[in-house]
Design a protein around this ligand. Structure first.
Ligand code: G3D
Ligand code: MG
Length: 165
C-alpha cells in the first residue's frame, strides 16, 4: 500500500490540529489542547483513479521559524498542508515564509494551502486578489472551516492525489 508522510504547517492557532481531527474523525470540538511536540494520525484515502493511499499526518506544534528539532520532523515528508487563519492576515505572511524554508529543507514538494476559519466571515482578512494571484501561479488554495467541515476533505484529497503521482 502506498503510504505518504504529510506535515501540517502554519502558525500557532491557525487550526492545524482541528483540521486533522475534522478530516480523520469528522468532528469538531470547540476546545483543543495545545499540541505539544508531534501528533501522528493516519487516514486511508481513495483516489479518483481507484488507488488507495495511506496518509500519515504529522501535526507539528506551530512556530514561524523551523528549529533543528522541526527539521527532523519534516524529514521524509512527501508534501505538506500549509494552513492560514483567514481572520489573521499575518498568518498568511508567515505561511509564505514557512513555504520558502520548507523548499530549502525538503526541495520542491507538493503542497496545498488552506485558508481556514471561513465560518468567521465578519472577521475575514484575506483579499480575493491575493488568492487569485496565487491560483494563477498554479497554487492549490482552499477556503476551509474545521468547524463546519467546508472543503476540508477536498483539500486533503487534493494533496493525496498530488503526492500519489
Ligand atoms: P493549531 O493546531 O494550528 O495551533 P488549533 O490550531 O487546531 O488548536 O485551533 C486553534 C483555535 O482555533 C481553537 O480554538 C480552534 O477551536 C479554533 N479553530 C480551528 N479551526 C477553526 C475554524 O475553522 N473555525 C473556527 N471558528 N475556529 C477554528 P480555541 O478557542 O480552543 O483556542
Ligand atoms: Mg495544534
Amino acid at each position: 500500500m502506498l503510504q505518504k508522510k504529510i506535515c501540517m504547517i502554519g502558525d500557532f492557532g491557525v487550526g492545524k490540529t482541528s483540521l486533522v481531527s475534522r478530516f480523520v474523525r469528522e468532528t469538531f470540538s470547540e476546545k483543543y489542547l495545545t499540541t505539544v511536540g508531534v501528533k501522528i494520525d493516519t487516514k486511508l484515502v481513495k483516489l479518483v483513479d481507484g488507488r488507495e493511499i495511506k496518509l500519515i499526518l504529522w501535526d507539528i506544534a506551530g512556530n514561524n521559524t523551523l528549529t533543528t528539532a522541526t527539521s527532523s520532523y519534516l524529514r521524509g515528508a512527501a508534501g505538506f498542508l500549509l494552513v492560514v487563519d483567514g481572520t489573521r492576515r499575518l498568518t498568511w505572511e508567515s505561511a509564505l515564509n514557512l513555504r520558502e524554508l520548507l523548499v530549502k529543507e525538503l526541495g520542491e514538494k507538493p503542497f496545498v494551502i488552506l485558508l481556514n476559519k471561513a465560518d468567521l466571515e465578519d472577521q475575514w482578512e484575506m483579499d480575493e486578489e491575493v488568492i487569485q494571484e496565487k491560483k494563477q501561479q498554479g497554487w492549490q488554495l482552499f477556503i476551509t472551516s474545521a468547524k463546519t467541515g467546508m472543503n476540508v476533505e477536498k483539500a486533503f484529497i487534493e494533496l493525496a492525489s498530488l503526492v500519489a503521482q
